[in-house]
Ligand binder design. Structure first.
Ligand code: DC
Length: 224
């Protein structure tokens, strides 16, 4: 069996995590796990069932019971929750606006963290995992740990470009800046802990970031 290779990438919204992580997984023939999609799927299901903001017990129960299926192929995203294909729906503004409610619940985080670790193990520890607390909580023993950062203006501009022209600038800023502020109350994705390499993507295209990470992989023990 091949040597394990877990690459953990954390960073705020719009830092380029997903693009970088997918490209890297493709390049190295590794599986890919978008952990934000798991939080988004729970938020989608919670909204669908008419959940209200302060019913924490309901959201925890829903997470415990949720059958979440997530594709780990870097080129074929597919997210299902309780039999529903929510691959596109979880990117809708309503989900982006309410996902922090789910992601700041510590019981929900504990449940989803366990499932993330199970997914990593199911892939024989050959996987690129991206999120907010992968380098610190989910896989602090990952072989390569990256904190991807970028200036707020660049992050808002990237998210706006992803969402298209019709989007309200205030809502994009809310999705990026306010959400990161809320999320940072439960995970630290702005300061790198020991052993985590910080890469600033403000002026670098994803391919260049991927190159830097590939160079780090080459320096790992066991590599020629
Ligand atoms: O990366 P994203 O925008 O798809 O993440 C969705 C939400 O989930 C966002 O509010 C941050 C949160 N999240 C988290 O708290 N921990 C993770 N490991 C991944 C995402």
């Amino acid at each position: 069996m091949s040597q394990s290779l877990v690459i953990a990438i954390d960073g705020p919204s719009g830092s380029g995590k997903s693009t970088t992580a997918r490209m890297l997984a493709g390049e190295l023939h590794l599986a890919y796990l978008d952990t934000g999609a798991m939080y988004r799927a729970v938020a989608w299901e919670y909204l669908r069932t008419g959940g209200v903001a302060d019913d924490t017990e309901a959201v925890v129960q829903l997470t415990r019971d949720a059958d979440i299926r997530i594709s780990t192929h870097p080129d074929a995203p597919l997210v299902r929750i309780n039999g529903q294909d929510v691959t596109s729906a979880i990117r809708e503004p309503q989900v982006s606006a309410s996902v922090s409610l789910v992601a700041t619940n510590t019981d929900v985080r504990r449940i989803l963290t366990k499932r993330m670790r199970e997914t990593i193990a199911a892939h024989n520890h050959r996987i690129v995992v991206e999120g907010r607390d992968i380098t610190t909580v989910v896989a602090p023993d990952a072989d390569v740990r990256i904190l991807l950062v970028a200036d707020p203006a660049a992050r808002v501009a990237r998210r706006a470009a992803e969402l298209g022209e019709q989007v309200d600038p205030g809502s994009v800023t809310d999705q990026v800046i306010r959400r990161d502020r809320d999320d940072s109350t439960v995970s630290n994705f702005t300061d790198a802990t020991e052993g985590v390499v910080v890469i600033d993507s403000t002026f670098q295209p994803p391919a260049q970031v991927v190159e830097q990470i590939l160079r780090l992989v080459e320096t790992l023990p066991g590599n020629p």
